[in-house]
Each structure stands twice: as structure tokens, then as C-alpha cells.
Write a protein that binds this ligand. Structure first.
Ligand SMILES: *Cc1c(COP(=O)(O)O)cnc(C)c1O
Length: 415
């Protein structure tokens, strides 16, 4: 037990509690730095699971949240509304790909995905096609830890292998990559279109499933085929949204507007938990009737939480007031340049960069990525490599100096 912090009653995420090292007690955060109880400082290369896109404790977010905290930290969202929620909904619709005009708030990313899946299922029921009740999802995909979200994540390689037989069976396919696999994809959708409600994809970058990239053209072609077969296109931009891949949303680069969009993680600038599911008027209107039972039957207790909405509004202010997309461009250029050196190492199998995401894939017979975690801490950086990837998803506000400390540490430890 370090420094009086007692972890006896704590159960950590994705952690084998018998053998994992003790978690590091954190005293405070600021900018791109995590300050530990023992006085050490770590440069954060992963933005607290990709959420703290403006760095920590951004004064504008803190000020707006402090004001909201004193006015109204929470109020239920049924039968009541408030300015932070209505402002946020309008702002999200104005920046999201066109046609997404309605926002259903949730309390986390996984819940945003559950809401998306439920909206899709009920949409088909609303228009008299209740047999369309399965989803297409992709190998290496990850959509969250709740049962519905698990069912559309990769059943073999995801974090959910143990639950494979306890979730609804969906259609799991590889992301098509060439003419042949697109033809195969098209024929699957042709054959099964009457059973399929929608498809769900992390556009451009599959995150927790292994930091795998695919092209904007691929996303556009998947969209075209789904559309052709009347299969709803659900974009899970919980990780890619808010600039991470270089555009405000990854769908922008593909030039598409999904039927349903899931947001989370950086939605509040990483200050507090929140999710949002956006959809079109067409889908929303299918729920309208004089029968209360036709309503969308979902409502997390803390949905539309005013404090979270205020943080999200403050985060959007920063995207407007500060040159975030320019900073992301700079990070991308720097990652491409600095990570190039990793190619010299025979332990490294691939380097890829997309927006403010840098990935160094290693040969796990030569490098134990889990052992690297502690070595990174010893070097003063916070990175959490997994599977066979060391990845960077730094705050967009990271300085050139801080980013080069991160990349040079990776170069040193993968030599
Ligand atoms: C993190 C993540 C989720 C789940 O979000 P939580 O807030 O952890 O529930 C879903 N989809 C993607 C793409 C994610 O990266």
C-alpha cells in the first residue's frame, strides 16, 4: 500500500488482479501531465483512454463546469429540459454530418451504442419490418462492454471472448478491402437483407480491436452497399469523433452521412462521462404516433446531465476558439516524421499514422508489450500498449517537446 492509499476493495478494469502490478496513485493532472502521489510526473500519450483531447483541467472547461455545478449539477431529463442540453443538441447537429437532426443523450459510449442498436431495431418494427433484427459488424471491431455492444464487437479477438456464447449472434465479417471482398460483402447483404437491421462500424480506425486502419474510400463503399440494401449505417465515432483522425468526424473524410452516429469519449473534452446518439428525421419520425407505447423506450437516469452537457459545450467552444484541427495536422506530421526511425528496428512490424493517432506494431515474439507498460512509466511517459501495438493518442494541445519525448521513448524501448 503506497502512501496510505488502500486498494484492497478495488477491482480494476481488464486487469488480472492476482498478477497485475499495483496501480499508480495519481495526485493531480494538468495539461498533458499526470502527477503521481510520489511526486513523479508522466506525459500522457493516450489522453485517458482517448478522451482528454484538450489536455487535463482546461481552464475554460473547468470554469464552465464550476458555474454549472453551482447552478444545477443534475436534473432528470423526462418531462424537463434545460439550456445546456438544448444548446448542446443543437450544436452537435450543426457540426455532425448532414441530416443528423435528433440527439438522444446517454451516459457513456457503450450506452450510446446500445441506444443506436435499439433505435435501429425499433425503427424497422415501426415501419412493419420486425424481422430485420440482426446486425452486420466487423472483425477487429470494438463497440463497448455492455451485452448489446459486445454482440457487435469482434467475438474472437475482442475483450469479450469469454462471453461469446452469451450474446446475440450477429453477422461478423472482415472489412472488405478489394473488389473480390466487396463483391462477397454485397452478396451477403443481398442474401440476408431481410434479416439485417443495420451495420455498425468504427470509420477509418478500429480502436480497441487493434488500432487497425482502413481507407475513406472503403467506408464510402460500405456505406453505398448498405444503403442500396436498406441496411442502416451506424457510425461509432466514440473514438474517432472530435478531430482524432484529422477531420471533425471520420465520416467527413469518407463524404458520408450515417443514419445513426454514436459519440462519447472526447465529447466532454474528457472531463466527465457522457454519450450521445444522433439520428435522422426519417428514423425519428418513424417513432411518432398517438400511441404512448410506440415511444422509444429508453432513458438512463443521468441522461442529459447538465454538468456533462456544460462540459461538452465548453469543449465545443474550444474547437471553435482554438486551432485544434491545425494542431492535429501538426501532430500528424510530427508523428510521421519521428516514428519513421522505428522502421529501422527489426522488432517493429508496422508503423501507421492517421491524424493524431500513431501506431507502432511490434513482433510480440521479440517484445513483451505488457512488460513495456512499466518501462514507459520509468521513463516518465504514460502509454498502455496492448496486444501487439504501442499507440499514441495524445491530447491535441501537446507540445512538440512533449510529443518528441513520447516518440523517442518508444523508439528507445522498441530498439
Ligand atoms: C471506448 C469505446 C466505446 C465504449 O465507450 P465507453 O464510454 O467506454 O462505454 C465504444 N465504441 C468505441 C469505438 C470506443 O472506442
Amino acid at each position: 500500500m503506497k502512501l496510505g492509499i488502500n486498494n484492497t476493495h478495488i477491482w480494476l478494469p481488464y486487469t488480472q488482479m492476482q498478477i497485475a502490478p499495483e496501480p499508480l496513485p495519481v495526485a493531480s493532472t494538468s495539461g498533458c501531465k499526470i502527477k503521481l502521489e510520489d511526486g513523479r510526473e508522466l506525459i500522457d500519450g493516450i489522453s485517458s483512454w482517448w478522451s482528454a483531447c484538450h489536455g487535463y483541467n482546461h481552464p475554460h472547461i473547468v470554469a464552465v463546469m464550476e458555474k454549472q455545478l453551482r447552478t444545477m449539477p443534475h436534473i432528470m431529463f423526462a418531462g424537463l429540459t434545460h439550456e445546456p442540453a438544448s444548446t448542446l443538441a443543437a450544436r452537435l447537429c450543426s457540426i455532425a454530418p448532414s441530416g443528423l437532426n435528433k440527439v438522444f443523450f446517454g451516459d457513456s459510449g457503450s450506452v450510446a451504442v446500445e441506444i443506436a442498436l435499439k433505435i435501429a431495431l425499433q425503427y424497422w418494427r415501426n415501419i412493419g419490418k420486425p424481422h430485420k433484427d440482426r446486425f452486420i459488424c466487423f472483425r477487429n471491431g470494438y463497440h463497448g462492454d455492455t451485452l448489446g455492444a459486445m454482440s457487435v464487437s469482434d467475438p474472437e479477438k475482442s475483450l469479450h471472448k469469454a462471453f461469446r456464447n452469451s450474446v446475440i449472434k450477429q453477422y461478423v465479417v472482415d472489412i472488405p478491402s478489394d473488389e473480390y471482398s466487396f463483391a462477397e460483402f454485397d452478396s451477403l447483404l443481398t442474401a440476408e437483407r431481410n434479416n439485417i437491421a443495420g451495420l455498425i462500424i468504427e470509420p477509418l480506425v478500429q480502436g480497441a480491436g487493434g488500432m487497425k486502419f482502413h481507407s475513406a474510400d472503403t467506408v464510402a463503399e460500405i456505406y453505398r452497399i448498405a444503403n442500396k440494401h436498406h441496411i442502416l449505417f451506424i457510425a461509432d465515432e466514440i473514438a474517432t469523433g472530435f478531430g482524432r483522425t484529422g477531420n471533425m468526424f471520420a465520416c467527413n473524410e469518407a463524404g458520408i452521412s450515417p443514419d445513426i452516429l454514436c459519440l462519447g469519449k472526447a465529447l466532454t473534452g474528457g472531463a466527465i462521462t457522457m454519450g450521445a446518439t444522433l439520428t435522422t428525421d426519417e428514423i425519428f419520425n418513424s417513432f411518432l404516433s398517438n400511441n404512448p407505447e410506440d415511444a422509444f423506450m429508453h432513458g438512463p437516469t443521468f441522461m442529459g446531465n447538465p454538468l456533462a452537457c456544460s462540459a461538452a459545450n465548453a469543449s465545443l467552444d474550444l474547437f471553435e476558439k482554438e486551432p485544434r484541427l491545425k494542431q492535429i495536422e501538426k501532430i500528424e506530421a510530427q508523428l510521421i516524421e519521428y516514428l519513421e526511425q522505428c522502421k529501422k528496428s527489426t522488432n517493429v512490424t508496422d508503423i501507421r499514422v492517421k491524424g493524431a493517432i500513431g501506431v507502432v506494431q511490434v513482433d510480440t515474439t521479440k517484445i513483451d508489450v505488457y512488460a513495456l507498460r512499466q518501462k514507459f512509466v520509468e521513463q516518465g511517459v504514460w502509454l498502455r500498449p496492448f496486444k501487439d501495438v504501442i499507440y499514441l493518442m495524445p491530447p491535441f494541445t501537446i507540445s512538440e517537446q512533449e510529443l518528441s519525448t513520447l516518440t523517442s521513448t518508444i523508439i528507445k524501448l522498441t530498439k
